[in-house]
Structures are given as structure tokens and as C-alpha cells.
Ligand binder design. Sequence first.
Ligand code: NAD
Length: 486
Amino acid sequence: MTTNTFDPVRTSLFIGGKWRNPSTTATIPVISPLTEQQIGSVPEASTVDVDDAVTAASDAFRSSQWRALSNADRAGCLRRFADALEARAEERSAAVTRENGMPIELARFAEGAAPVQLLRYYADLTEATSSEERRTSQPMPGTTLVRREPIGVVAAIAPWNFPAILSMFKIAPALAAGCTVVLKPSPETTLDSYILAEAAVEAGLPPGVLNIVNGGTDIGQYLVAHPGIDKVAFTGSTAAGRHIGRVCGEMIRPVTLELGGKSAAIVLDDADIDRTVTGLATASLLNAGQTCYMSTRILVPENKYSTYLEAITAMASGLPIGDPLDPNTFVGPLVSDRQRRRVLSLIDQGRAEGGTITTGGGRPDGIDQGFFVSPTVFGDVDNASTIAREEVFGPVVTVLTYDSVDDAIALANDSAYGLGGTVWTSDDERGLDVARRVDTGSFGVNTFNLDWGSPFGGVKASGIGRELGPEGLAAYQRTKSIFLTS
Ligand code: NAD
């Protein structure tokens, strides 16, 4: 499919399986990060629209069209949804690239192919898993029937950095479990979810099973606290996650929080320099660093500091930067002017606190339009400084030194966050030993690849709960134990 079906001006909302007029005339502009110009707009949902979306999801949850489906029938539904999305994959990837500046080759995988794979993974998993299990009762005679039931109506709140796949981290397991969903995309990335909704219609998803409301913080807050919601699944900043966690705590409402990170790359003394530095381009700077699990604190042995600083500087300064629709581009513009200003302000702070910039630090030469920031490398940084502690969410890495492996692990763990991280070594056993000792929800040895079948999430300020794998399905189920005499 070609990309010329891109429709950047949308006027309706997807609620209850229908395209309907919004209840107000408020709109959200779609701004191109490449040209800084408005390229489209979508309606902004009001609280009335959110009420309608929650009612539609609640009705769908109770309807026999959805609730009475067997696991196999629901799996069939997910597979039809996957097929319909697959047919629109190129269109959706290009929409994301135009919205947030993600390099198109990355978008083709992460935003086009991956959501389809995830739907198929959860279709297979739910078909292979029974919702009921008999256990021998103790200490009394008899048995217990343990049922896994869908939690209900899910509020799914997504960020702008990987909008399609991070929405699907929630939608696929929620639907597989038998829940229904109200999705609130980020205001920066709304257009791609119209393609998601169109695919849901094409796939014959029952009305109300998926609903989409556009809006910012206010609409997000209203949705999270809505009495009709049974579970909140959120990916975004730690600040917003704290707020959502407080609201859900007050309401005793289950919540999954996938939040920020400041992960470390531990480069061991036996690592191959070229392979390591090539790997770090993806592990530390993917999507212009706007990826939650980036290994942005690069810890290298003290006696190899200058060699690594030079090699990482050369790697970062050589990354192809430019139009994200060009398949050769590795670094596109940042998502927004707001994000660019935030990144530049943290770079200024890093400089002011004594860090030395060896490449980057501002707008790339020869590019005078777009929200670009050059890949930036900091040396002479202390792990206690702001640039080593705060999540930058831009193309910025710091190179720090350690004097022993224990010291490296202590530095990696000396962070408020605990999301990802990597170790680079020629000895996988040494790598595994380090991986076991770092306090994060996931970790990579000479790589960092998400696996649809294994849990992903954070510890400490990086979040609560897990997405992906069977654990991700369980997050949308509640158990009920039925005690029987036989
Ligand atoms: P953000 O927190 O500003 O917004 C995320 C989403 O939440 C948006 O849809 C926003 O409108 C909504 N929102 C904001 N405040 C809210 C509130 N109080 N109540 C309800 N909804 C609210 O984050 P962002 O700038 O869009 O995304 C970047 C952040 O997301 C980074 O910190 C990054 O690390 C994090 N992130 C984490 C993961 C992960 O899996 N751990 C993945 C990607 C991004």
C-alpha cells in the first residue's frame, strides 16, 4: 500500500463502533516536526465524549457479542484485526513518522509490523490458555475452580514516542482477556489511531470494544478518575504516573504504570570496541533518544575512557540526520518544540555543571528548520549531576568511568529509575552475572530487544506492573476462586 492515503484532517471521533461528531468544536492541531507547520487537525474530545466512550465500552463489555465469546472466538477477532492492520501498516508507519519525526525504517517495524505481531501473539496465547483451572482444596476435601475473568473497561493512555506499539501493548492483551478499551492517545500523535479505528471496523470488532478519545492532560485525568473505568494502563512520564497512581490508589483501581528511565550501559573491559559502539547507536540513541529504555549513561573502564569517548563521539557525529521519511535517516527531529526546548535546557544544565560536550549540543549544521537536536555526547560528568540523573528523552548520552565491576553496578543502580540497561562484553557469562545484579525490570547483554513473550516494565520510579508476555495478559484479568465439595 502506498502512503498517499494519508488524511491529516479528521473531524469525527470513534466511539461505540461509529464515527460521530464531537460534542464541541475544539480541535487539536497536528504539527509537523520536520517543517514546524500545522499539517492537519483532529477534534478534541470533551468530558461528554469521554462519558459516551466509557458507556459504549461498558455496554460492549456486558454484551453477549463480546463477553460470551470463547477464547478461540476472541482470538479469531484479534487475528482479523491484525490482518486489517497489516494491510494498513505502511500507511500507519508513515503517519507516525509525519506526526512525531520517527525515522521511517524504525516506524515500519515498531509502528507498522510490531502491533500486528502483538495482536497475533495474544491471539495465540489466549487460545492456548484456559480461563478455568481446578485445584485440589487444602486443608478441606474438595476442589477449587480458579477462574480468570476480564477486569472490565480499560482506560489506556499512551505517549507520543511510539504511539502505535505502546497503545497495542495495552489493547492486544486487554481484548485477549475479554476487556473493552477507551484509548487516549497523546495530543502530539492522534492521526495514526484513526487508522487503528478504521482497521477495527474493517475487522468487524464489535461496537464499543475499542473507543478513542483525543485530548491532553485534562481529558486524561477525567478518564483515569471516571467511575466507569475498571483499570488504568498508562505509559508516560514519571510525573504523570505519580498523579495517576495517587488517583487509582484512592479509588482502589488496578493500574499499570510504565514510566521514565535513565538506564546504564556497562561496558566491560573485554568488550569489542567497534561492536559495542555500533550497538550503542541503537541501545542509546534510537528514535533520537526518545525511547524509554535507552542506555544513556555509558559506563566505561577508567583506563579506556578516552578511547571510548572518542569512538562514541565519532559514532554519534556520524549518524545520518534529516528528513525522517528518508529511509537512510537514523536521527529525525524531536517530536515538538516543547520537547526540543526541554532537551536543550538539560544540555545547558549539563554544561553549566561542568560537563564537556564532545559533539552536538544544539541544532545540526545546515538544518535550519524542524525540531532537530544533534546527537550529543557529554564527557567529564559525575553520576550525581543533573545530566546523569534526569531523563533527557533526546539524543544525549553521558560517558562516565568506573574502576571495578562492583563500582559499575553500584553506579548503574544509583538512579531513581530502574527500567532497562545493557552490558557489553565478549563473555556472555560475565554479562549475565552483571545483568542479574542491576535493579531494573529488563536488561540486555550486547543488545536490547523487546520480546513480545516476556514481561517488560520498570522498578523504582520507572513504574509498577508489567506489559507483554503472559504477565501482560494477567494484568487484564482478575481471579475468582469457587470452592466445591468434590
Ligand atoms: P506524559 O506523561 O506527558 O504523557 C503521556 C500521556 O499521558 C499523554 O497521552 C498525556 O496526554 C497523558 N497525561 C499526561 N498527564 C496525565 C494525567 N495527569 N492523567 C492522565 N493522563 C495524563 O509523557 P510523554 O511526554 O507523552 O512521554 C514521554 C515519557 O513517557 C517519558 O518519560 C518516557 O520515559 C515515558 N515512556 C515510558 C515507557 C515505558 O514503557 N516505561 C515507554 C515510552 C515512554
